[in-house]
Design a binder for this molecule. Sequence first.
Ligand SMILES: Nc1ncnc2c1ncn2[C@@H]1O[C@H](COP(=O)(O)OP(=O)(O)O)[C@@H](O)[C@H]1O
Ligand SMILES: [Mg+2]
Length: 268
Amino acid sequence: MNDNSRGQFKDMRIIKIGGSIITDKNRFQACDIANIRKIGSALSKVKNPFIIVHGTGGFGKIPALKYRYVDGEVRPGLVPCARIKAGVLKLHSVLISEFSRKGLDVVGFRADSMAEVSGSLIKKMRKDFLIKWLRMGFIPVVCGDMVCDEKKGLSICSSDRVAAHLAALFKAKELIFLTDVDGIFDEKGRVFAEISKKELGKFVQRLPKSPMDVSGGMRGKIEALLPYIHCSFVVRIINGLKKESLESLFKGVSRGTLIRGKRIRDEG
Ligand SMILES: Nc1ncnc2c1ncn2[C@@H]1O[C@H](COP(=O)(O)OP(=O)(O)O)[C@@H](O)[C@H]1O
Ligand SMILES: [Mg+2]
């Protein structure tokens, strides 16, 4: 694999798979096997190097609502953490085995043993672990999780944050969010073709808060990007439920919303 001594891989991509496209986000522990396989097929055609990050969908959202930690701060005595983490691990395992059946040499990692978190912000990540596996030609798959938090005790480390942090850490070329909509919508439901990184801080205020989603839905995704706005990676938000959008992963035709260093303009 082509990297320098500090583990910077040329043309690295971080591909974040939204929990909403690999599970039924409104049901407890229901994987969407058919779509997991479609994503696996598309990923098997993507040129290395890349790192996969995945969300937890209904495996994470439903317990967060039931045990009332949608704000991301978990009180261990009141929440069956082991059981919830075991559920997330189940989803993670399904993804690993389905992707490996598509010929992807994947290796799984979880945020609880990879990230040092303080006040929900990732301070450090075990990049060294990932580099070793990448150099051997493996594709790391990292899962968002409940993690130890220096300030909060136990908190939710969203996969959006993990993905943004990895994109910065690896000086990625691109961070791609595969989600269940065509991109970021404006007030009239039209997809923004492009949003400027410079204006992202102001722009995020216009997005609705998602009080029912521990990772904050689309707004949470954008908020996760804000600490890394100075980094050079380009962000693409595309629909991971649509064949043509998945094909854009290896065909390179850009779809959805692009976030980079230019002015905001909307489509159509
Ligand atoms: N302005 C917006 N543009 C697009 N989606 C939005 C917007 N505001 C809220 N959303 C919601 O965000 C959801 C995507 O976030 P989320 O459910 O967290 O997906 P993922 O599983 O990919 O993280 C969409 O299904 C949509 O309901
Ligand atoms: Mg989400």
